[in-house]
Design a protein around this ligand. Structure first.
Ligand code: BGC
Length: 389
């Protein structure tokens, strides 16, 4: 296989030159002083995506001469603005030049932006993909130029060009939502029956399935035993997915569900929503089309509008993913790659992008609700109290 051959050649080259590596396992990542041989590397890791992007592109350059490309999906959602701003300020504080781009959720725009980053000499590229499987050509171009790519928050699929992945533990985000519902309703002990509707994320985003599976792994047993009924019957991911995580799409789908299944006065007890933008759509639909007992509504991101809704009792919880933590971790990765140091990863089994396991750093998501948001969000300086008024 060509990829394996290139990989093997690179390993030899690295061993010979003692070049620092942006490899794919902790061993290959270890600053080139002791590069892993094919025999030493564990099978999964030697197959890992990114083997080819092994050599750091900016060996021995001063930080000021190094440019880092940061490709973000959209300015429409609050979180990506924060992610981009955090990345920019942290990278600049480390002395790097930064090329930060937003792509208006348009894949072609994101591809052009990444290609421009490559041709304008970026030494490392950080990408939060819009469409996980559509960046192939741009990724090939990065690999050809030996430019390490870090997948940011969302994994880039079906390419060997991704060296590392940094994200929050996406499956855990889902289990946190599921566990919250389970505890609020005391599902193990109650004899009550509850109704639920599910709103998941964008099928083009690899994270969306992890969120859905994490939550459903907690809740499915209760659906199966009849304690939770999904009246619409829409339980499969393909039924409940929301293209591009759009608030309006989630809203109109929930409006249809409410008028078809809950207009007769049936209470809707649980709205499992994978994130805040979809939760907002569901909350809008509830406000306009539902008069029953207000349901538990989950979310993710702690966006300002949603935290306000949490305070107003319209959303029960959100999962807090401190974008400062993720940005710091990625900036650290960038430095480690460029300096040929061992790159911090804490998961080398979960994220297979179709070409192999991508070594990952998973940050820890935590749950937020009306009881702890002040400590989590205001005391930590994430928001000011005024922003949540
Ligand atoms: C992110 C979530 C975000 C969603 C919509 C996901 O990939 O992990 O934090 O809410 O995209 O932008």
């Amino acid at each position: 296989m060509k990829r394996k051959l290139i990989s093997a050649l690179l390993t030899v080259t690295m061993a010979a030159s003692l070049l620092a590596g942006c490899g794919t396992s902790t061993e290959t990542a270890d600053s080139g002083a002791k590069p892993a041989t094919a025999e030493q590397a564990p099978a999964a890791a030697s197959e890992a995506a990114g083997s080819e992007a092994a050599a750091p592109a900016a060996d021995a350059k001063p930080a000021g001469d190094i440019k880092v490309g940061v490709a973000m999906p959209t300015k429409d959602l609050q979180r990506w603005n924060q992610d981009g701003a955090n990345m920019q300020s942290e990278l600049e504080a480390a002395g790097y030049q930064v090329d930060l781009q937003y792509a208006s959720n348009d894949t072609q725009t994101q591809i052009s932006q990444i290609e421009n980053m490559i041709s304008s000499g970026c030494n490392v590229i950080v990408v939060a993909a819009i469409e996980a499987s559509s960046l192939g050509e741009a990724m090939d171009m990065a690999a050809e130029q030996n430019i390490p790519v870090i997948a940011y928050d969302r994994l880039i699929m079906n390419t060997s060009a991704v060296s590392y992945y940094a994200t929050f533990d996406n499956y855990k985000v889902g289990t946190v939502q599921g566990e919250y519902i389970k505890e609020q309703l005391d599902l193990d002990n109650t004899t009550e029956k509850y109704t639920m509707e599910i709103t998941a994320g964008d099928p083009g985003d690899n994270n969306a399935g992890f969120f859905y599976n994490g939550a459903m792994d907690v809740l499915k047993p209760y659906i199966e035993e009849g304690k939770i009924e999904v009246k619409s019957g829409q339980t499969e991911f393909s039924d409940v997915a929301t293209a591009q995580w759009a608030t309006e799409t989630a809203q109109s789908r929930m409006e249809n569900i409410l008028s078809s299944y809950y207009a007769d006065g049936t209470n809707l007890d649980i709205c499992l929503c994978s994130n805040d933008s979809t939760a907002l759509g569901v909350e809008n639909a509830l406000a306009a089309n539902y008069n029953g007992k207000y349901p538990i509504v989950t979310g993710q991101d702690c966006d300002i509008e949603n935290v306000k809704n949490m305070i107003a009792g319209k959303q029960s919880m959100s999962v807090f993913k401190d974008t400062r933590t993720l940005a710091s971790q990625v900036v650290k990765m960038v430095g480690q790659i460029l300096n040929g140091e061992t790159v911090d990863v804490n998961d080398e089994k979960t994220y297979d992008n179709g070409k192999g396991i991508v070594p990952s750093y998973l940050c820890d998501p935590v749950f937020a609700d009306v009881n702890n948001y002040e400590k989590l969000l205001i005391d930590s300086g994430y928001y000011t109290a005024d922003q949540l008024q």
